[in-house]
Design a protein around this ligand. Structure first.
Ligand SMILES: Cc1ncc(COP(=O)(O)O)c(C=O)c1O
Length: 482
């Protein structure tokens, strides 16, 4: 089933689960949030979770587990080498993806480290529909480059295109010709895309990309970290696929690729990662990197309890009632904001609702990080923590100049099965208020800027006293206790 239909009520998304364990939340007053924001140097990664009302930073490792996942944890088999838990998990992945060889890793970026270390050499060019921060950092660390060949429409914020994560096939052919196939260690498809609004990739596009890659003898890699959302969109938006089951679609996708890796902090709703390798020789060529960086080959840095939980989580990712929750809540949030006139990425994708800071904060120059400023403002005005996905999340060019991001987004992630509809309504309400007061938001500048992945640990300060003024206006509207 993809949606519960209502009789008299307007159509709203419905939770297909009930709450069995809860975590109490606190909502600090706005002036206290301002003090916390200062302590965090205007970087939402530096906030303490206890000071946050709704944490929409990410879905990574914070999806709710099911009762069955928790129960499975009790059956975990503790062993450094040869844990039965590992074999059960490997068998489950083989059942779903049809790929036999599995290298375990502690999370998605660890898989990216292994893949980059094995395949990327100085001056190599890795082709992608779009990059993810850590995927790119591991490639550039080794002197490689990334070419992003997403279709131009993928970077247009307002659209009704169903698959904005698709790769442009003409650009792909041109790039292979210009680079030369021997300089391209692999083509990576991210499904769905993290940094451009959780937008999905169609099965048809994956098929065509892999066909071109095979013709040129180039390895194909699927980043399946956000696959569960992408599966929902393929089933609901791709005409030719609507009668296929989620398991059939997954298998059809898997059959296209040489390597599939995933963050199980997302895909599988637990905490871990893994690389599935079709070819035995290729698998053995990466095997030694696992004990070196991750842990022995039957745990790869993961706890056995988490591996048991993700085994069940993989199965749950094949259930339409489970995977529809995220996209339906995101669509509701996006549509409500869009109706009000708030610039958001449309159509709603997976992972989260994405605010277009380049329009909302068009008065803030890109070098003062409009999305970084907006994400701080949203914490001040509501206690909601989002994530900057714009220029702040980029790294500088070699000459020290800013590399301006193609999109300036604030992501409000919907970890799966975590937030209720009334919490979603609160988020919509506070974003509307902030949008109506957007002119009060000012810029940010670095006071400490790390060279790599600066968005995690960088320290910033506002370019004026705009946060104080904004909090004053907020308290006037909502009172001093909110
Ligand atoms: C598409 C994608 N790939 C890779 C990763 C990295 O995974 P992890 O956070 O487990 O290292 C992420 C994490 O957000 C992601 O969204």
């Amino acid at each position: 089933m993809s949606e519960i239909k209502f009789y008299k009520h307007e159509q709203i998304p419905m939770e297909m689960h009930k709450v069995k364990i809860v975590q109490q939340l606190t909502l600090l007053p706005a002036h206290e949030r301002l003090a916390k924001m200062r302590d965090a140097y205007f970087n939402t990664f530096q906030l303490h979770n206890g000071d946050i009302f709704l944490d929409m930073l990410t879905d990574s490792g914070v999806n709710a587990m099911s009762d069955k996942m928790q129960a499975a944890m009790l059956e975990a088999d503790d062993a450094y080498a040869g844990s039965e838990t590992f074999y059960r998990m490997r068998d489950k992945l083989e059942e779903i993806f049809g790929i036999k060889y599995l290298l375990p890793a502690h999370q998605g970026r660890a898989c990216e480290n292994i893949l980059a270390t094995r395949f990327v050499k100085e001056d190599n060019c890795v082709i992608m529909n779009y990059h993810f921060t850590t995927a790119k950092a591991h490639i550039t660390r080794l002197g490689g480059r990334v070419e992003e060949l997403v279709k131009d429409e993928g970077l247009v914020s307002k659209s009704d295109l169903p698959f904005k994560g698709d790769m442009d096939l003409d650009k792909l052919k041109k790039c292979i010709k210009e680079e030369g196939k021997d300089n391209i260690p692999f083509i990576r498809i991210e499904s769905g895309t993290n940094l451009i609004g959780g937008q999905p990739v169609s099965y048809e596009n994956m098929k065509e990309v892999c066909k071109i890659a095979k013709k040129n003898n180039i390895l194909t890699v699927l980043d399946a970290s956000l696959l569960q959302d992408n599966l929902y969109f393929i089933k609901t938006r791709e005409e030719k696929m609507k009668d296929k089951s989620i398991r059939e679609i997954t298998r059809m996708i898997a059959d296209l690729f040489d390597i599939i890796y995933f963050s199980a902090r997302k895909f599988g709703f637990a905490r871990g990662g893994g690389i599935l390798v079709r070819d035995e020789e290729l698998f053995h060529s990466m095997e030694d990197l696992v004990p070196m960086f991750e842990g022995f080959l039957t745990y790869g840095g993961m706890s056995v309890k988490e591996m048991e939980a993700m085994r069940v989580g993989f199965d749950e990712s094949m259930d339409m009632n489970v995977i529809s929750q995220g996209p339906q809540f995101i669509k509701y949030c996006v549509d409500e904001l869009d109706k009000y006139g708030v610039p958001v990425i449309t159509p709603g994708g997976g992972l989260g609702a994405h605010l277009d800071a380049s329009v909302i904060c068009s008065h803030i120059p890109q070098e003062e990080y409009p999305a970084g400023a907006l994400v701080c403002a949203l914490y001040l005005c509501g206690g909601i923590r989002g994530m900057e996905r714009g220029t702040l999340s980029e790294e500088r060019n070699a000459d020290g100049s800013e590399r301006f991001a193609s999109m300036e987004l604030v992501r409000l992630a919907f970890p799966r099965r975590v937030f209720t509809l009334s919490q979603t309504e609160y988020v919509i309400d506070r974003v509307k208020w902030l949008y109506d007061h957007r002119d009060m938001i000012g810029g940010l500048k670095f006071v400490h800027e790390p060279k790599t992945l600066r968005f995690f640990t960088g320290r910033l300060e506002p370019t004026s006293n705009w946060p104080e003024k904004l909090v004053e206006a907020y308290e006037k509207e909502f009172g001093k206790d909110q």
